[in-house]
Design a protein around this ligand. Structure first.
Ligand code: SF4
Length: 252
């Protein structure tokens, strides 16, 4: 795939921004702390599933102090519907306590500090920095990783490579919302199994070769295999008759 130019990248973000001028995270949160919790709970879970659980949880525990007071067991009762809930409950209580002990009860704003919180990695830190504190970070999740590679915007073997590639190619004025545009694009159009290229606003700019141009496009017919060549019949061993003749001679 040829390297994408910054000019093409600019056109891509112009179009994505036209389609959704003020993109928002689809996770429910009330403040920076509840955002940290929501993102930590969303690993390998859907935003819809997390929102169902956090809607009631955040009514009673929307600060680190209230969450720590709730305790691991009671928190578990609220988030049991979310995958890996036991480990997540442990992390949420521990990160609440750390925010109280080390950061005066306020969610830290730098990646370095955020990554010291239990259960918070680079991706979660980037989401919090971007959504809660307005910093132009790119949090590479499964959708952004796929879109970055497929389109040729920022090919990379791992999330960090894609993140750094996107930071290089995305024009500054689009950086703030870029990760939301890419997530929404990946979630609703450039889907994992079957990208909906026939309704994609950047189809002419995308470098993906195997575009799906129609919703009901039949699968390409299986290639006909060439008929097997007939193998030539084995030649009879020239030596056998002679052998028999020799035997007959010997017998006579
Ligand atoms: S054209 Fe297809 S592969 Fe390219 S970004 Fe759009 S949906 Fe994804």
């Amino acid at each position: 795939m040829p390297k994408m130019t910054r000019n093409t990248a600019r056109k891509i973000f112009e179009r994505l921004s036209e389609a959704s001028p003020e993109p928002q995270t689809e996770l429910y949160f009330k403040n920076p702390f509840t955002l940290v919790v929501a993102v930590a709970l969303s690993a390998q879970a859907t935003d819809v599933g997390v929102n169902k659980a956090t809607k009631t949880l955040f009514e009673i525990a929307d600060t680190p102090q209230k969450m720590a007071a709730l305790g691991e067991k009671k928190l578990g009762d609220y988030i049991k519907t979310i995958g890996l809930w036991r480990g997540k409950a442990k992390n949420v209580i521990a990160l609440s306590q750390k925010i109280i002990d080390d950061f005066g009860g306020e969610v830290p704003q730098t990646r370095e500090d955020l990554e010291t919180l239990p259960g918070v990695g680079r991706k979660t830190a980037n989401v919090v920095m971007n959504v809660a504190f307005g910093q132009p970070t790119i949090a590479v999740d499964t959708h952004i990783f796929r879109v970055g590679n497929r389109t040729g915007l920022a090919p990379g073997k791992n999330p960090l490579e894609v993140e750094l590639g996107l930071e290089k190619i995305i024009p500054d004025e689009f950086m703030q919302h870029a990760h939301h545009w890419l997530i929404l694009h990946g979630r609703y159009i450039c889907k994992a199994r079957k990208p909906e290229c026939w309704r994609c606003p950047i189809v002419d700019l995308c470098g993906f070769k195997e575009k799906v141009t129609s919703p009901d496009k039949p699968k390409p017919a299986a290639k006909k295999t060439a008929p097997k060549k007939k193998t030539a019949p084995k030649k009879k061993l020239a030596g056998k008759p002679k052998l028999r003749a020799t035997k007959r001679k010997a017998a006579s």
